[in-house]
Write a protein that binds this ligand. Structure first.
Ligand code: MLT
Length: 393
């Protein structure tokens, strides 16, 4: 008999965003004329920038000619893109990387999930609560023990480990999904020192780094010692509109060694065995993001989302609703008004304002009573959603 992984029974029946999509579709069936504004899943609305499109088009043409056709590429990514990312880390964060530390992926979500391969199931995994469900579910699927760092209004939803905290593997996300809160250098130093002291590994999700507009760290490797204890995941999904195009990158430092094994070598071994790399065409498009023109074009797109975040934040301020994020982040994490639970507020907002958000409780127990809105909508829809919200609250 084929024995199945019974740990799938330990996770929620459906993924949070699939559940939301299901409920919205049901609502639409009953209210076919409802003009719904979606501010739930963090999916972008602005198209790819011109430089990226040019890169994709010319690479597609290369693929159509015998002389320039590409078959299998390196599983860890083409050098032309890895070199650009090395330069980006140098110029944006002052962090020196070796190209061998950069691995091109089809996005942060898959690498964050796949990295579980490198670690024994005996590890205790520490995740913040609220948490991006992928960190939690992928470990529960393997039957690992998970402990939580509790986020709340008093710690600004930026929980830190203390000497009593259990854990060998630590997930951190800054700017944070879902709370929009961003760790300071001092706070990240606490996390890095904590990991170094106990030979733990930090899995740092930097998918939203480009939204940081204040003087706050954007890469864990800005913190001294982090190369000895951290892996960083990044994605072009939110910064360059690649949610549908798919490209990200993971930095596994050469200095990261546990039990005498190099995690960089292990990751390379894993990728060469289980992954055939990101398509040449997509990597050529991604390369253009890191050119001068591409960076300026994506900054203009991010400015749209940053303005949306400001519009949402100003509305909540006017309404006297507590929130975090909205600056340095495309997410706004708010306290549900009138003591509503997260799902009550979801239903209320959908029904009365035709606005979809994400219930905070979907991100963990500490998220109950909170709600997440994204700034990834269009400006018109953001303004309209806020107008509707003001009329019902
Ligand atoms: C989110 O809405 O939390 C993100 O879009 C999910 C993701 O990046 O996978």
């Amino acid at each position: 008999m084929a024995k199945i992984n019974l740990h799938y029974g330990d996770i929620k029946e459906s993924y949070l965003f699939s559940e939301i999509a299901k409920r919205v579709n049901e609502y639409k069936e009953n209210h076919p004329d409802a003009d719904i504004i979606r501010m739930g899943i963090g999916d972008v609305t602005q198209p790819l920038v011109e430089s990226v499109v040019d890169g994709l088009v010319s690479a597609s043409k290369e693929m159509g000619k015998k002389e320039t056709f590409h078959g299998y590429g390196p599983e860890q990514g083409y050098s032309f893109l890895k070199e650009k990312i090395v330069q980006y880390y140098q110029s944006e964060f002052g962090v020196e990387l070796d190209p061998a530390e950069v691995f091109i992926s089809d996005g942060a979500k898959s690498d964050i999930a796949n990295v579980t391969d490198l670690f024994s199931n005996e590890n205790v995994v520490c995740v913040p609560d609220p948490v991006y469900p992928v960190y939690l579910d992928t470990n529960l699927m393997l039957g690992r023990k998970v402990v939580y760092l509790q986020g709340n209004e008093s710690n600004g939803f930026l929980p830190l480990p203390t000497p009593e905290t259990e854990g060998d593997i630590f997930y951190l996300c800054s700017p944070n999904n879902p709370t929009g809160a961003t760790y300071s250098r001092e706070q990240l130093r606490v996390c890095v020192n904590f990991a170094l002291e106990r030979d733990a590994v930090i899995l740092f999700d930097a998918a939203y780094e480009r939204f940081v507009s204040e003087d706050l760290p954007r890469s864990i490797f800005e913190i001294e010692g982090a190369k000895k204890c951290a892996i960083e995941f990044c994605s072009l999904s939110k910064t360059a509109g690649f949610t549908g195009t798919r490209c990200g990158y993971t930095i596994v430092p050469l200095e990261l060694v546990r039990q005498g094994m190099s995690l960089n070598k292990m990751w390379l071994r894993r990728q060469t065995t289980k992954f055939n790399g990101v398509s040449y065409i997509v990597q050529r498009g991604a390369e253009r993001v890191f050119c001068e023109k591409g960076l300026s074009e994506i900054s203009a797109v991010l400015a749209v989302y940053q303005e949306n975040a400001r519009i949402i934040a100003n509305t909540l301020r006017e309404l006297g609703i507590w929130f975090s994020g909205g600056v340095n982040s495309p997410y706004i994490w708010l306290k549900c008004p009138n003591g509503m639970t997260s799902w009550e507020f979801f239903d209320f907002l959908l029904d009365k304002a035709r606005v979809v958000g994400t219930p905070g409780s979907g991100f963990g127990e500490c998220g109950e009573g909170y709600f997440r809105l994204t700034a990834f909508s269009t400006k018109d829809n953001t303004v309209e959603a806020m107008r509707r919200i003001k009329t019902i609250l």
